[in-house]
Design a protein around this ligand. Structure first.
Ligand SMILES: [Zn+2]
Length: 366
C-alpha cells in the first residue's frame, strides 16, 4: 500500500521569471486547446494517434515550449477528452493549472528550491516547507501541478509525495478524548489543554465584536484576515498535539466516531459543539496521516456513554459527571471527567479490536 500526500508550496520567483512562467502556462494551455480540438474533430482520445498527428506541427509552431511540456499538455488533453467521452471540446483557460512530469521539474528539498522548465530554459524558484511537512523530504515526488493565482500574482506548486506505508505491528491502544477545554486527553494520563487556544480565540472573539459593530469595509477586511490567523493558530496546535501523541509508544489510537448516526441520540450543547467543530475533524485527520506514516493506525469507536460511564466498574449514570470531575455513585471511583472518557474510549477500542481479530490472542492492554 502506498501513502500519497499533497502539499502546496508557494514559490519565490523574480519578477522576470514570473513573466516567463506566465508565458509557459499560457502556451501549455494553448497546446492543450489545439490538441483537444483535434481529438474532438477526429473522434479520438488516443495519446498515440493524437501524438502522431499533432506533435510535429505543434513543435514547429511553438518551438520555445519544451517537448516534455508539449507531451504533458497532449496527455492531459487526451485524458480530458476521454473524461467527457468526446461529447464536447474540453477547454483550458489562459491560466489553468499545468502539470509537470519528473523530467521537467527537479526538487532540491533540502535547500528548498526547485528548477522548472519554461519557454525560456530552466528557472530556479525557492519555497518554504512548513516544519510539520519536513518528513516528506525523503518521500518520492509523484506529480507536480503549477498554478498561477491571478489575484495574488503568485505561483504555487501542488506536489504529491508518495511512500510505501510501513507494516502495521503491535496492538497497544491509546484512547483519546477530544474536547474544548482540553483539546486532547489520553488514557495514559497525558493532557493537552486548550488554554492557549482559548486565550487566542477569546482575544479574537473580542476584537471581532468590536469590528463587527463598525461594519466598514476595512473592518470587514480585517475580520477576514483575523479568522485566517485564528484558523492557522488552531491548525498549528493540532499539528503539534497529533505529532506528540502518535509518537507515543502505542500502535493504535482510538477516537470517538463523531459522525456516526447513533451520535444523534446523545444530546447536549457541549456535544453539538464538538460535532460542528472543524477543529475536531482536523485533529482526527492529522492523527490519521501521521499515524499511517509510522505504521500505526486510528480506529473510531461508538461515542455513546463515553462521558457517562465509569471506566472502572462500568456503571452508567449521567449524574456521575459534574463538569470536569467524574465521581462514580456505584464504586466511589473519582477521576477527571475527560480522563475517564479517554479510558472508556480505549476500552471500546479494545473490544472493537478483539471482535475484529478473533484469531489474535494478544488482546491489547493499556
Ligand atoms: Zn464505578
Amino acid at each position: 500500500m502506498n501513502m500519497d500526500r499533497t502539499i502546496k508550496l508557494k514559490l519565490g520567483v523574480s519578477e522576470e521569471d514570473k513573466e516567463t512562467l506566465k508565458k509557459t502556462i499560457t502556451l501549455f494551455n494553448t497546446v492543450f486547446n489545439e490538441v483537444a480540438q483535434y481529438g474532438f474533430e477526429h473522434k479520438t482520445h488516443s495519446k498515440v494517434s493524437i501524438h502522431h498527428a499533432t506533435y510535429k506541427d505543434i513543435r514547429e509552431k511553438y518551438p520555445e515550449l519544451p517537448s516534455s511540456l508539449v507531451q504533458g499538455a497532449r496527455d492531459i488533453a487526451c485524458e480530458a477528452l476521454k473524461g467527457v467521452k468526446l461529447k464536447r471540446i474540453p477547454v483550458a483557460k489562459t491560466f489553468s493549472s499545468i502539470r509537470y512530469n519528473q523530467r521537467v521539474i527537479t526538487y532540491y528539498l533540502k535547500t528548498e528550491s526547485v528548477s522548472i522548465a519554461t519557454v525560456n530554459g530552466r528557472i530556479k524558484a525557492t519555497f518554504n516547507i512548513p516544519e510539520c511537512y519536513r518528513y516528506y523530504i525523503d518521500w518520492e515526488v509523484r506529480s507536480s501541478t503549477l498554478k498561477y493565482d491571478i489575484k495574488k500574482d503568485a505561483f504555487f506548486l501542488h506536489v504529491i509525495f508518495r511512500k510505501e506505508s510501513p507494516e502495521h505491528s503491535g496492538n497497544r491502544i491509546l484512547g483519546i478524548d477530544r474536547g474544548i477545554v482540553n483539546i486532547a486527553v489520553c488514557s495514559n494520563n497525558v493532557f493537552f489543554n486548550g488554554k492557549s487556544i482559548k486565550n487566542v480565540r477569546g482575544k479574537y472573539a473580542y476584537l471581532r465584536k468590536q469590528l463587527q459593530s463598525k461594519g466598514t469595509k476595512s473592518a470587514k477586511r480585517l475580520l477576514k484576515k483575523m479568522s485566517r490567523k485564528e484558523r492557522r493558530f488552531v491548525t498549528d496546535t493540532n499539528h503539534c498535539i497529533s505529532k506528540t501523541i502518535v509518537n507515543m509508544p502505542y500502535n493504535i489510537f482510538a477516537l470517538e466516531d463523531l459522525t456516526s448516526i447513533r451520535v444523534q441520540n446523545r444530546k447536549g450543547k457541549d456535544f453539538n459543539r464538538k460535532l460542528n467543530s472543524w477543529a475536531f475533524y482536523q485533529l482526527a485527520q492529522f492523527f490519521e496521516y501521521k499515524a499511517e506514516a509510522l505504521g500505526k493506525r486510528v480506529i473510531y469507536v461508538d461515542p455513546r456513554f463515553s462521558s457517562q460511564k465509569c471506566s472502572k466498574c462500568g456503571d452508567i449514570r449521567k449524574s456521575n459527571r459534574k463538569g470536569s470531575s467524574y465521581h462514580c455513585r456505584d464504586c466511589g471511583f473519582q477521576i477527571h471527567a475527560d480522563l475517564n472518557a479517554s479510558r472508556n474510549i480505549a476500552q471500546a477500542g479494545i473490544s472493537c479490536l478483539s471482535r475484529v481479530s478473533v484469531n489474535n490472542p494478544n488482546v491489547a492492554t493499556i
